[in-house]
Design a protein around this ligand. Structure first.
Ligand SMILES: Cc1cc2nc3c(=O)[nH]c(=O)nc-3n(C[C@H](O)[C@H](O)[C@H](O)COP(=O)(O)OP(=O)(O)OC[C@H]3O[C@@H](n4cnc5c(N)ncnc54)[C@H](O)[C@@H]3O)c2cc1C
Length: 592
């Protein structure tokens, strides 16, 4: 099964510097039969085997969580990333994305599953030695064991490297671990925990800890806003004895394990959010078509059409980006010449900035979608008879874990800045050339009126704006740029909008070129996404420029911005109506 469509190894951040051909991009419409089967298997499991027992999970029946983990193993849902020799299926990244999107229908069990595949299997796969992988991966992938990942502490969440948990080496080579890890998903029933602690209080290191090791226990379950069916509790290490062979990776290199794993976790979380949003749109559409007020179905009201249309648009944007990214990670991995683990690590690192974009965009789109779903349900959205209120509570955590959205927003440009400084990404020369171009502009040909021609010109302009603002910030603040978080947040927001809009246009162009039956709706969605993104990008760019310059300099820069960003708004009201009507007619999300 392959999703690799391009020939050369793709580079993270390159999308800012050069255009992309639509036929090199992976889209949901390019799913093959195996992908579709994976989607069905996962979706059926979530809807038929998890949702009917959700009350019991929410009552903290953890034996049931473990049984469901085991069932995921039987269905092959947890082995998509892992080679067969360790009990996996070694499928492409699109398959992992598809499983993540569909498991999102399993309410809070999604978090249990994510802590298994993203946070327990991944560290072993990426950093374990052969003996560790052989010993532990088959147990986790088959669901015989449940896993957890214990990085956070009460005093160190975002600042994960500030952990206080300590490890001291004993004469026989084993380690004694002491400390308390907070908010650990699956803590109450995990058999294996990836624990981070500082050897001699200094060298941040990952350890593979079995629950049965002496001195390992979990604390009381947290009382949470949502995801009540997911275990969240402290992991307590009280003179816990961990054998020497259970050091994961190198002593003092735990940060590599932690961050690399989170890169993939962010990609998968983006997928879970996009899958969750799609499912909720179906609920909203069904409710809106059956609920009557003033003698008619509420789906006939423009205000409700606006919501359904906007929910669909935003989800289309994030979904287009997620599939594009899955294809890119797969291509980068396939082009690697090292071991399976090395190639995967390199590919994930290559696309770390894009994975942060996926995490932020996904978690914010699902929050928008579930909020509007509550609104469409009115009073019924606020009571427990309908799932709308549960979605609302469950989804909020997505902006907090896997790196808060603030931390991820800082990473989006931050990763590219670091690469530019090292000369790995030609951001600085490109920004300088662009500065010359906008200061002495040649008369640009207006775009033609062919399908999405204006939108293609607009996404070129979006990329230029992102580069201009990023270049200006790097020039002004130099090494102190990381102190200018507000400007970096504006840059991140521009990049999120630009990447989402470009991914949507590429997907719609592909749908149009292949004459898909609903190509018109794809094209409409891309047009509206670009039109709305232009306004937000302009506002973010203006705020960033005004923070960096004033007087004549600011006026010159704003004039340059106007020259670059010439996007004529389209009639998004009719587009949203068309999308809403199609959604109501189908009773579900209309794309993907
Ligand atoms: C339900 C749930 C499950 C979880 N599961 C796990 C798990 O399985 N394993 C695990 O290890 N952890 C887990 N966590 C912990 C989670 O990863 C942390 O809560 C998260 O990283 C944020 O850390 P914090 O709570 O300490 O917030 P803080 O780091 O204190 O952040 C508070 C606020 O300050 C902002 N902030 C912090 N630093 C900066 C900065 N440098 N610049 C700008 N803003 C900043 C944050 O964005 C946030 O808005 C879980 C948390 C929850 C709620």
């Amino acid at each position: 099964m392959t999703t690799a469509l391009a020939t050369a190894a793709p580079k993270g951040g390159a999308w800012l510097l050069e255009g992309t051909a639509h036929d090199t991009v992976f889209t949901p419409e390019r799913m093959n039969d195996e992908h579709k089967m994976m989607a069905r298997t996962t979706s059926d499991f979530a809807l038929n085997e998890v949702i009917p027992v959700l009350d019991r999970l929410e009552n903290k029946e953890w034996a049931l969580s473990k049984a469901l983990v085991h069932r995921c193993g039987e269905l092959g849902l947890m082995g998509t990333d892992t080679p067969e020799e360790y009990g996996g299926l070694d499928l492409d990244k699109a398959s992992s994305l598809i499983v993540a999107e569909n498991i999102a229908k399993a309410a809070s069990f999604t978090v249990t599953f994510g802590a298994m595949t993203g946070l327990s299997i991944m560290p072993l796969l990426l950093f374990g030695n052969d003996a560790q992988r052989r010993k532990y991966l088959p147990k986790l992938i088959s669901g015989e064991w449940a896993g957890a990942y214990a990085l956070s502490e009460s005093g160190s969440g975002s600042d994960a490297l500030g952990a206080r948990a300590r490890a001291v080496r004993r004469d026989d080579g084993s380690y004694v671990l002491n400390g308390e890890k907070m908010w650990i998903s699956n803590a109450s029933f995990a058999d294996l925990i990836i624990v981070f602690a500082k050897v001699d209080g200094e060298h941040f290191t990952a350890f593979i800890v079995e629950r049965t090791f002496p001195g390992v226990s979990s604390g009381k379950e947290e009382h949470k806003l949502g995801i009540h069916g997911s275990s969240t509790a402290p992991i307590i290490l009280q003179d816990a004895i961990v054998p020497a062979e259970n050091v994961l990776g190198e002593i003092g290199k735990g940060h590599k394990v932690a961050f690399e794993v989170l890169n993939y976790g962010r990609f998968k979380l983006g997928a879970m959010c996009s899958g969750g949003a799609k499912a909720v749109i179906g609920e909203a559409a069904k409710y809106a078509s059956t609920r009557k007020q003033f003698g008619v179905s509420i789906s006939t009201f423009g205000a409700i059409k606006h919501k359904l249309g906007e929910m669909t648009l935003r989800t289309y944007g994030v979904e287009s980006m997620m599939y594009r990214l899955a294809g890119l990670i797969e291509e980068a991995k396939a082009a690697g010449t090292g071991s399976h683990a090395q190639n995967l690590r390199d590919a994930l690192e290559e696309f770390a900035s894009e994975s942060s974009i996926a995490k932020v965009a996904g978690s914010e789109v699902i929050d928008y979608v579930i909020d509007e779903n509550v609104q469409i349900h009115g009073g019924n959205g606020f009571v427990t008879d309908y799932p709308a209120e549960r979605h609302y509570r469950d989804a909020r955590v997505n902006r907090i874990f896997e790196g808060t959205n603030e931390i991820n927003r800082l990473l989006i440009p931050g990763i590219l800045i670091k690469r530019a400084v090292k000369g790995e990404l030609k951001l600085i020369p490109a920004a300088m050339a662009l500065l010359d171009e906008v200061m002495s502009p040649a008369l640009a040909e207006p775009p033609g009126d062919g399908t999405l021609e204006a939108e293609q010109a607009a996404v070129v302009a979006f990329r230029k704006v992102a580069l201009l603002i990023l270049g200006a910030a790097m020039q002004k603040y130099m090494q102190k740029i990381s102190d200018e978080q507000e400007v970096l947040m504006h840059v991140a927001d521009i990049m999120i909008d630009a990447y989402t809009a470009e991914s949507s246009v590429l997907r719609a162009l592909d749908a149009d070129a292949r004459r898909l039956p609903n190509a018109v709706l794809h094209v409409d969605a891309a047009r509206a996404i670009v039109s709305d993104a232009a306004a937000r990008i302009e506002a973010n760019a203006k705020s960033a420029l005004a923070a960096m310059a004033d007087g004549d300099m600011l006026r010159t820069q704003l004039a340059a911005l106007r020259r670059v960003l010439k996007v004529t708004p389209v009639n998004t009201v009719t587009i949203r109506r068309a999308l809403a009507d199609a959604t109501v007619e189908r009773g579900s999300y209309i794309f993907g």
